[in-house]
Design a protein around this ligand. Structure first.
Ligand SMILES: *Cc1c(COP(=O)(O)O)cnc(C)c1O
Length: 386
């Protein structure tokens, strides 16, 4: 069984490959689920823009009423152009440039998630010059292990992200001196593709401890932002087309100590868009190796870098296999001049012939946004299934 109907496969076959295909119906269902499950507890959700910035995708997300979590000035600008209101935009990132800070202050975004003392001082300086008040949240590094690939772990002491707990007294001293800074929240983001909900429970426990520290100093915190990171099922996408948001939000309801009047914010990227996107390519050649055979596709690491960058697995399917054809083993590779340009080794696929349409699944997050022109390659425009 395929995620695509025979009619859809015909449509996909008419477009020049490689290209990304987005199932907007599935995206809408996913958004509806996030909305109803987070709404049960009055939680607020911001979409992490960096996962996917296709206009059609942003439009559905904006219409669903979510805010935007940005990690660069370019993303802030894009979010505002896409129609998110400034009051729904938050700006995180360990290296915000002066130009980015000034533009975001001028736009009156909702909140800067600050990652260091010098950053807070610079935001204060620019806000004073512009006659603005900057709302900030402290991105605190809670030193919680996310049990995910080390390249996408962000909440450990050794990572560059966030402010260490031992630095908090110094941070408060600085904030007291910053007239144009208003501390409104605490922010945490410990990593991505987290599938063990226990990790989020541990995060809640740490957040409670850290909050206690602020309360004991009579500092009231209006917003607790617990970041994103909920994982998706890359191995069996059709078994779990929509991640288990009910269980996810319930963990926070159960284990996070939410104080009176406090808002809880989430920043989800991958879990919202990953399953809606597929990279569609064509098999160019089947090439014999010594111990193996290679399926050479017209898509590679320039379109989807996750396998090369984080050894990520994506399910690969032959959408135009001859009915009843047997399974064979292939190393599925792209055309780029790098040995790491490989989607997977010894993958079991229905017999591939030249021209078959090959789907690389669960590619809606961190796919097209990381595409490059290396080897002067050109990605074709996306196709949206409605
Ligand atoms: C990347 C990122 C997110 C989103 O992570 P997902 O794993 O895609 O949900 C949220 N917050 C911050 C600060 C990020 O950098």
């Amino acid at each position: 069984m395929s995620a695509f109907s025979p009619e859809q496969i015909v449509v996909l076959g008419q477009s020049p490959t490689p290209f990304y295909c987005y199932d907007l119906k599935l995206l809408q269902q996913t958004l509806d689920t996030v909305k109803s499950e987070s709404g049960k507890y009055g939680f607020h959700v911001h979409y992490a823009m960096k996962a996917n910035v296709e206009d059609e995708v942003l439009e559905l997300i904006r219409s669903a009423g979510f805010g935007a979590d940005c990690v660069s000035g370019g993303e802030v600008e894009k979010a505002l152009r896409a129609g998110f209101s400034a009051a729904q935009v938050v700006f995180a990132g360990v290296g915000k440039s002066d130009a980015e800070i000034i533009a975001a202050l001028r736009d009156d975004i909702f909140c800067f998630n600050c990652e260091s003392i010098p950053e807070i001082e610079i935001i204060n300086e620019h806000a004073l010059t512009l006659g603005k008040k900057a709302r900030i949240a402290l991105r605190i590094n809670p030193n919680v292990h996310a049990n995910t690939h080390h390249y996408i772990t962000t909440g450990l002491e050794e990572n560059k992200f966030g402010i260490g707990v031992n630095e908090l007294p110094a941070v408060l001293d600085v904030i007291k001196l910053c007239e144009a800074i208003s501390l409104i929240g605490l922010h945490f983001h410990i990593g991505s593709q987290i599938t063990d909900l226990n990790v989020f429970k541990q995060l809640c426990v740490r957040v409670n401890e850290i909050q206690e520290w602020f309360v004991s100093r009579k500092i009231s915190i209006q917003i607790i932002n617990v970041g994103g990171g909920l994982g998706v099922n890359y191995y069996e996408p059709d078994k779990e087309r929509i991640p288990d948001f009910a269980a996810y939000f319930k963990v926070f309801k159960r284990f996070l100590e939410i104080r009176n009047g406090q808002e809880v914010h989430f920043e989800l990227g991958r879990a919202i868009v990953a399953q809606s996107g597929t990279l569609i390519s064509r098999a160019l050649f089947v090439k014999k190796g010594v111990q193996t055979q290679f399926a050479v596709l017209d898509a590679g690491m320039t379109e989807l870098i996750r396998p090369a960058l984080y050894q990520a697995y994506h399910k690969v399917e032959n959408l135009t296999a001859t009915p009843g054809s047997k399974s064979e083993r292939y190393d599925v590779v792209g055309p780029v001049c790098e040995s790491s340009d490989c989607f997977g080794k010894a993958m079991e696929l229905h017999t591939i012939k030249r021209g078959d349409i090959i789907a690389i699944r669960t590619a809606g997050a961190y796919g097209s946004v990381m595409a490059s022109h290396y080897n002067l390659r050109q990605l074709n425009p996306p196709v949206f299934l409605k």
